[in-house]
Design a protein around this ligand. Structure first.
Ligand code: SF4
Ligand code: SF4
Length: 402
């Protein structure tokens, strides 16, 4: 600590750390073993030893906007080798969970999504929205089995003889487009707040500001490529097999992103002029194959991460947290309900298929809508923290201090 630096502990933050998986931090005696084993740490920026002392002092404002905290990918190497059982990996996870609530917008929703005791409300919100729309849209009129074979779940929200959008696509758009737009806006607000605080903490001057194009090409895109390549994950020691789960999961998200956009363009836009595009997609269509392969990759990837997380808790004493299990549960629910809805549809079991499709919509809504406040947000915050590190080392900042 710099001589004369004023320490302003945040007592609420210290209290939070004691109850949120970071309760072992007081055991830390600053031996620096964690900084030696951490694959992200360097001699010039030892990490996470300094974060452990900041956390003991309750320096919330420094920690929530510390790029190193966001760059940590929770490999657990530091926790494994810590001679005091201070669990630095858990401490950093708890700080990140706190940061997503701290920067979260709107605050009420961010706080709601931060605690396991609110899980029934978090499920109830989309369950009611989708259930009510299903009832009022006329979806209760289930097709007979012959029609079901032909139309599948494309009449889930009912049907109208209307040549533009089908009723199903129309209502799905009404539910999901605002939910995704809201989540993106909330994530933007959260990341902007983090960026401002990172810049203030690092005394970064904005005399020379990059244009949007420069920011994307020089800082943001290289960070995205690094994440997709899983470069830092591969440097992991103790939990090397995490990459085996993370990679199929990431690829499944990319696959489903392509499928969703294809469906949006074909059914919602081109379908306005060609209503024949509104029906179910054939199983042999490449996009359908991509959807099915992605769904299986999602279940396999999250299954590996589930097993990995359980063994980290059993064998390394890593603390179980709502923050970790909420995302694992959400993704598993999306994959399993989607696949069961599809299989029961192919078997002609329409009641079960309808039920699982409903559960699928609820879980997809939860995944998107709560994204800015859950561990999913790590993807966004981490990308921008990496971009900030690159920006801080760039001439835009260095020239300003010369
Ligand atoms: S967290 Fe553990 S390994 Fe790291 S400095 Fe503290 S006691 Fe040492
Ligand atoms: S969990 Fe892994 S990446 Fe994070 S601080 Fe510990 S060793 Fe480093």
């Amino acid at each position: 600590m710099a001589e004369g630096m004023k320490v302003e502990p945040d007592l609420n933050f210290i209290r939070y750390m004691k109850t949120a998986g970071g309760d072992t931090l007081k055991k830390c005696y600053q031996c620096a073993t964690c900084s030696v084993v951490c694959p992200l740490s360097s001699d010039s920026k030892p990490f996470p030893r300094k974060e452990m002392i900041w956390a003991q002092w309750g320096l919330k404002d420094k920690l929530v906007a510390d790029p190193d905290v966001m760059l940590c990918h929770q490999c657990g190497d530091c926790t494994t080798y810590c001679p005091r059982g201070a669990k630095p990996g858990d401490v950093l996870g708890a700080i990140r969970a706190y940061a997503y609530t701290h920067f979260g917008f709107p605050q009420g929703l961010a706080k709601l999504a931060s605690s396991g005791k609110n899980l029934p409300i978090l499920i109830l919100i989309p369950a009611v929205i989708i259930g009510v729309l299903w009832l009022v849209s006329g979806g209760t009129h289930m097709p007979d089995s012959e029609t079901f074979k032909e139309v599948g779940l494309t009449n889930f929200f009912g049907h109208w003889d209307y040549h533009f959008l089908t009723k199903n696509v129309f209502i799905i758009d009404i539910i999901f487009l605002p939910a995704v737009a809201f989540a993106l806006f909330a994530a933007y607000r959260g990341v902007s707040a983090m960026w401002k605080q990172m810049a203030a903490n690092a005394n970064v001057s904005s005399v020379f500001r990059p244009s949007v194009k420069q920011f994307v090409l020089e800082f943001l895109w290289p960070s995205v490529v690094e994440i997709i390549n899983h470069k830092r994950f591969n440097e992991c020691g103790t939990n090397k097999n995490r990459v085996n789960g993370h990679l199929p999961l990431l690829l499944s998200f990319i696959g489903l992103f392509i499928v969703t956009n294809y469906a949006f363009i074909v059914k919602d836009i081109i379908g306005l002029a060609y209503p024949s595009l509104h029906g179910p997609i054939s199983q042999m269509n490449p996009i359908k194959i991509l959807a099915n392969v992605s769904a299986i990759a999602m279940i396999v990837g999250i299954g590996i991460l589930w097993g990995n997380r359980s063994s980290m808790e059993d064998e390394q004493g890593v603390s179980p947290t709502f923050y970790d299990w909420f995302l694992i549960g959400e993704i598993m629910a999306v994959g399993v309900t989607g696949l069961v809805a599809e299989l029961t549809r192919l078997m002609g079991l329409q009641v079960l298929s309808y039920l699982f499709y409903y559960l699928h919509l609820v879980s997809v809504f939860m995944l998107f809508f709560y994204m800015p406040y859950t561990k999913f947000a790590h993807m966004v915050y981490r990308t921008f923290a990496m971009a900030f590190e690159k920006y801080r080392e760039s001439n835009f900042v260095k020239r300003a201090v010369e």
